[in-house]
Ligand binder design. Structure first.
Ligand code: FAD
Ligand code: MLT
Ligand code: ZN
Length: 508
């Protein structure tokens, strides 16, 4: 058993390779076309022709209208290779006005449009289902202002999350959100999915942190909601309609975000535990004993860690245990935080709740530990195909899906593993069934059972990834008919022709 002190750091991690994130084409082979894999019919949208392409080229110039099939492919396939469209046109506007002109034209000509940021979404919302034009925000990456005093950042929607964090660091600030996809995802995509991530426990979600938004409606109208005020109770807060609506109501073009001071002290513990019962007890004690410095509390089960240690060949700093927890603290005084964290770790070790662990505040070693958590999604792709579920459950039942499904799917020859990991501190588990390849038979054994189960426990069938293409018909398990009807009314009001991200989010 290791003793916790900052000098006794991670064994052998110096030898670990600094593996790069692979955000596009993480494994070879393309999924079937969505239209062939799922029962969905193309709606009556226009098929792109010369007159449409000519308009786009006149507006953006030929460089920002991509029609080369090989180049279009990356924009048609999602990150986990679960869905694939066949769009023949990707548009890369630079300004809000260009977005407005594109949407106005597409609306007038009934051309369907799929907004896309970094294409890291996990529910099939970011890629076309059929041949929708892709409107990609990658060239909308200007930072307009970072205010050191108020902490307000104003930028375009296509800024990459990690680049924003780097720019903010020069001002002693930090983005309130952090996720494994930070090197690729765009802030507009984060806002549109209301992304949660690894430090939501401490800094809250984007409904709280986004102060203002500029968006373009499907008919091209620009809506300026770009307030930078922390408090503003004048009328309805329309910005919230764009946070988490996954590009179904408009294209987000600019955002104002309330950023947080970059913590002067960051400490990270990685611990091994014998049971989920102990995980819950350690969570309770972490909240109580670490109090205001607790920034992150994540859980990984043994089988999930194996996708990192096995598939990705990452090194774990501690031997194998049934469960692991990552506990990170953020504060302003390292001596204070270390004392608090070491006291807490000593306590959970002495009481036998935790069997082993390591703690560090060295950036490279913290990164090596975080890689074991952040690269899980990438590791699963190497199993073959992964059915991913992202649910909120009452904390006592947080892990219950895993044993239920291990029983339900026992002995199925194509299954590689059934696992759970995720944002323990927020009650949001990522439940996975990975198999050698996509199997409709396995899919039908999982769905709708997984949603019925979650609904029975009064959980959410989509805690953070959204509804996208994969889940509209299951929304009813988390939302009442009345609330779905209001969402449909709003969609009709914003997008009467239904050109923006069709086949997504709302049940047909
Ligand atoms: P995309 O994937 O391009 O798009 C996502 C959705 O938003 C689509 O419906 C798209 O149409 C829409 N959209 C994109 N940009 C705009 C815009 N400007 N205006 C209107 N609509 C738009 N999610 C979490 O919540 N927490 C996590 O911890 C987390 N970790 C992840 C880790 C990895 C390795 C990966 C691959 C994904 C992870 N995700 C996580 C999924 C998450 O939803 C996305 O990573 C991110 O928020 C999406 O941003 P994006 O720019 O890639 O958007
Ligand atoms: C995570 O927390 O790692 C993400 O939400 C991504 C995933 O579930 O794969
Ligand atoms: Zn997550």
């Amino acid at each position: 058993m290791m003793h916790f002190n900052t000098k006794m750091l991670i064994r052998s991690l110096q030898k670990a390779k600094n593996a790069q994130y692979v955000f596009r084409n993480a494994s070879s082979g393309l999924p079937d076309l969505t239209k062939d894999r799922y029962p969905v019919n193309r709606a009556d949208f226009a098929t792109l022709g010369d007159k449409h392409l000519q308009f786009f080229r006149d507006l953006l110039g030929p460089q920002r209208v991509i029609t080369d099939p090989a180049e279009c492919e990356g924009y048609n396939v999602d990150w986990i290779k679960a869905v694939r469209g066949y769009s023949t046109c990707v548009l890369k506007p630079k300004t809000t006005e260009e977005v407005s002109k594109i949407l106005s034209f597409c609306n007038d000509h009934t051309v369907a449009v799929c907004p896309q940021g970094g294409n890291t979404g996990l529910v099939g919302g970011s890629v076309p289902v059929f041949d929708e034009v892709v409107l990609c925000t990658s060239q909308m990456n200007t930072i307009y202002d970072i205010n050191d005093t108020s902490g307000v950042l104003i930028c375009q929607a296509g800024c990459v999350l990690e680049s924003l964090d780097e720019a903010l660091a020069e001002h002693g600030l930090m983005m309130p959100l952090d996720l494994g996809a930070k090197g690729s995802c765009h802030i507009g995509g984060n806002v549109s999915t209301n992304a949660g991530g690894l430090r939501l426990l401490r800094y809250g979600n984007l409904h709280g942190n986004v102060l203002g938004i500029e968006a373009v409606k499907p008919d091209g109208q620009i809506i300026d909601l770009l307030s930078t005020l922390k408090k503003d109770n004048t009328g309805f807060h329309l910005k919230h309609l764009f946070i988490g609506s996954e590009g179904s109501l408009g294209v987000v073009t600019k955002v104002a975000i309330h950023c947080v001071p970059k913590p002067k002290a960051v400490n990270l513990a990685f611990v091994g535990l014998p049971s989920f019962e102990n995980v819950l007890k350690v969570l309770k004690r972490a909240k109580r004993d670490l109090g205001e410095i607790l920034a992150s509390c994540e859980m990984i089960d043994e089988s999930t860690l194996e996708v990192c240690t096995g598939n990705l060949k990452l090194r774990s700093p501690i031997p194998e245990y049934p469960f692991y927890m990552l506990i990170e603290t953020h504060g302003s005084n390292n001596a204070h935080d270390e004392e608090k964290l070491n006291g807490f770790l000593g306590d959970v070790m002495d009481s036998g709740l935790v069997l082993d662990g390591t703690v560090t505040n060295e950036p490279s070693k913290m990164k090596n530990i975080w890689d074991l958590r952040e690269r899980i999604t990438e590791g699963f792709i190497l199993d073959g195909y992964v059915f991913k579920y992202d649910v909120s459950l009452p904390i006592e039942q947080f892990y219950s899906l895993v044993p239920v499904f291990r029983q339900r799917l026992s002995n199925h020859p194509d299954i590689v593993r059934i696992t759970g990991y995720g944002h323990l501190g927020d009650g949001n588990i990522h439940f996975q069934v990975s198999c050698k390849q996509f199997s409709r038979e396995i899919l039908e054994k999982i769905e709708p059972f997984v949603y019925e189960y979650t609904s029975r426990l009064k959980g959410s069938i989509s805690a953070e990834h959204g509804i996208g293409f994969r889940k509209p018909k299951y929304m009813k398990y988390s939302k009442s008919p009345e609330s779905i009807a209001i969402m449909k009314d709003l969609k009709k009001m914003f997008d009467p022709k239904g050109i923006l991200n069709p086949y997504k989010v709302l049940p047909p």
